[in-house]
Design a binder for this molecule. Structure first.
Ligand SMILES: Nc1ncnc2c1ncn2[C@@H]1O[C@H](COP(=O)(O)OP(=O)(O)OP(=O)(O)O)[C@@H](O)[C@H]1O
Length: 251
């Protein structure tokens, strides 16, 4: 469900978004996750839902997008599209809890029951931002191993081949191309299951094969009941809605 309802009358009309749906490091061994947190990730992969109601997202003290409403049930995905500066990243940040909404709510439900937002954010989200947050000095193998340990995942030996990075296992990430680094970042999604993926321009820098790879990874995630919110200037996810944001209004 996606709609443009819930706009606050207190917000300037021009600041409201217009929504249209179209189909279209080696680091020291990190400590293991507490058992309870790991259990949340395992159990709830199939049952997490996200509901956004009347959301107004702020950046630098200014509302950049408002009146946002949509929900994602297990297996569903939504792509956010819009010109530079229309607020796609700001929406992702509000859902991730990196910033508080100026208005509206971000609600998570587990098996139909409202879940604690802080706990859900700490245990159920994979965030892949525009900057890939990769440590240059780590080799691919070390990086995947690090993320898997941090996230409570398992063995990562198979991942370089899955990512199309065979032969680069011992290459430091700082010596990889843009697209290779992007693939390495995507590998984080495969290190451990998390039901909600928030992806900011994940296609950026990928070649055609890389885009196909990401789409297949996303399809697998959805097939296990995972949900996904993605900002992208590129094509969306086949069979999933795209939410278009209107151009931002200058402050
Ligand atoms: N750190 C910041 N401090 C203040 N304002 C910011 C900051 N980052 C972004 N903005 C402003 O917030 C608005 C929305 O930015 P946002 O990054 O959400 O847009 P976007 O749709 O993701 O853009 P792009 O397509 O360029 O990635 C823009 O007008 C931008 O100028």
């Amino acid at each position: 469900m996606v709609d443009a309802g819930g706009c606050s009358p207190s917000l300037p009309q021009r600041n409201r978004c217009t929504l249209h749906i179209v189909h279209a490091a080696r680091l020291l061994d990190p400590p293991p996750l507490p058992a309870a947190k790991a259990a949340v990730m395992e159990m709830d992969h199939h049952t997490l839902s996200l509901t956004i109601e009347g959301l107004a997202a702020e950046r630098g003290g200014r509302v950049v997008v408002a009146g946002l409403a949509f929900s994602l049930s297990p297996g569903e995905a939504l792509t956010l599209r819009g010109a530079n500066g229309t607020g796609k990243t700001s929406i992702l940040r509000a859902v991730a809890g990196f910033s508080d909404p100026a208005e509206g709510t971000v609600r998570f439900d587990l098996s139909g029951e409202e879940a604690d937002a802080s706990e859900t954010r700490a245990t159920a989200i994979h965030w892949l931002g525009g900057d890939d947050a990769l440590a240059d000095k780590l080799t691919l193998k070390e990086s995947l191993s690090f993320w898997s340990s941090l996230l409570g995942g398992g063995a990562t030996d198979e991942l370089p081949a899955r990512l199309g990075l065979s032969g680069l296992e011992d290459t430091p990430l700082g010596k990889m191309s843009t697209g290779q680094r992007r693939r390495a970042g995507i590998g984080r999604l495969l290190c451990a299951p998390r039901p909600l993926w928030l992806l900011d321009e994940p296609m950026s820098g990928l070649d055609d094969q890389g885009r196909e790879l990401l789409l297949s990874i996303i399809a697998e995630h959805r097939a296990t009941g995972g949900i996904l919110l993605m900002a992208s200037h590129d094509e969306g996810i086949p069979g999933c809605p795209v939410l278009r944001l209107s151009p931002a209004v200058a402050a």
